[in-house]
Design a protein around this ligand. Sequence first.
Ligand SMILES: Cc1cc2nc3c(=O)[nH]c(=O)nc-3n(C[C@H](O)[C@H](O)[C@H](O)COP(=O)(O)OP(=O)(O)OC[C@H]3O[C@@H](n4cnc5c(N)ncnc54)[C@H](O)[C@@H]3O)c2cc1C
Length: 433
Amino acid sequence: MALCERVRRLNLAICHRCYRTSFIFNQRKLSDHVSSKPKASVGAESSIDHPIYTHEHFALKASLNKIIEQEINPFVDKWEEEGKFPAHKIFKILGSAGFLGVNKPTEYGGLGLDFSYSVAVSEELGNIRCGGVPMAIGVQTDMATPALARFGTPELKKEFLLPSITGDKVACLGVSEVGAGSDVASIKTKAVRKGDELVINGGKMWTTNGTQADWMCLLANTSDGPPHRNKSLICLPMNLPGIHIARKIDKMGMWSSDTAEVFFDDVQVPCQNIIGQEGMGFTYQMLQFQEERLWGVANILTMMELVVQETIQYTKQRKIFNQPVLHHQAVHFRLAELATEVELLRSLLYRATALYIKGNDVTKLASMAKLKAGRLARELGDSCLQFWGGMGFTSDVLVSRFYRDSRLMSIGAGADEVMLSIICKYMDTLPRK
Ligand SMILES: Cc1cc2nc3c(=O)[nH]c(=O)nc-3n(C[C@H](O)[C@H](O)[C@H](O)COP(=O)(O)OP(=O)(O)OC[C@H]3O[C@@H](n4cnc5c(N)ncnc54)[C@H](O)[C@@H]3O)c2cc1C
């Protein structure tokens, strides 16, 4: 499709959705949401010579920034304190404006754009002043739904994908279990055929959005075959008899995101709820992980940039030994070094994304980017927090929230060591068993 036609379609889509959104927001004016002058956000730059973003990407980011500043950021501190955010309310706002399905098919309410738009959205969501809310949104858009969009039947997509894109249903992803996180192949949850139904027994751990979700993209063993070919992804409504939310897990970070432990006790679901081919769940999940990892990298890049910027502002006005903290060479050199690393990571992300949207396998690059993002976030959070002194140790500042929240990057969606193993596999240096 010609570029100008795509711009026209995107603008129409954004305007149309913002119009609908304006009704939901107590008749707020359309111009509030599509103003051409968004509040400056970190990462705001122009499309001229940008390696992967066009004018359309920037238009999308600008519209999203409006929603973040009006509907999310003013409430983040409260949600962090409460240990939960209102997922249905926020997803409805984002869904009505088109942000929950930018790369999903138009037949199901998506904008039908490529994955680079998801990366742009994720980058912009990094301007939310906590990690928990963007992570919950990412689960909905790029972790629980890619396999369904790609391999699901029209009936399944109508029932689960469409309302997830419009923000009427909250999704969660059930892969990890008490006994299996890094080693996905060893999950124990079973879905056994009984006539036209699957009977599910087992449990899931660390389920983001788990206490609020309407459906789960569940990975379960559907046969006794070899561990890479006995699993299926299943759309599981969360209101079925036999589903128990055992507890909301108390965590060191990501406070505004609810994380649940869930049990299944003879839960019955139609066999048609299997996504794609039975037995292909492991493979689909591995594919789904690529988008999840690139999404995570894009999101944390903006947060890292924000933390560096706020550290510059703070150390500029805070004086020690008769000069600003920032004027000490150890401080401004370190911040320059960290900013350089952030830019290096950004280049890797854009390269992997550019290759991915052309249909290449970017498993190695996505794993490298995820590994580097986790390590850099830890370094950056630690160094910046140090420059804030005692203030950095309080709960009131972004840097301490980032320090807590970003620790997950080296653990969730495949720990650093899992990324290293994947990279080694692609380098052909992993000893064969
Ligand atoms: C806040 C939060 C939200 C989450 N959300 C979800 C969700 O929505 N859905 C979902 O399915 N899961 C979710 N997870 C789970 C997450 O993906 C897992 O925690 C992660 O995959 C690690 O698994 P594990 O915790 O079982 O650690 P384990 O598998 O027990 O691993 C422990 C440690 O072993 C080390 N290790 C792993 N592999 C190797 C290796 N090959 N060589 C050497 N060392 C190794 C690593 O250091 C790793 O951290 C979430 C987790 C958290 C904390």
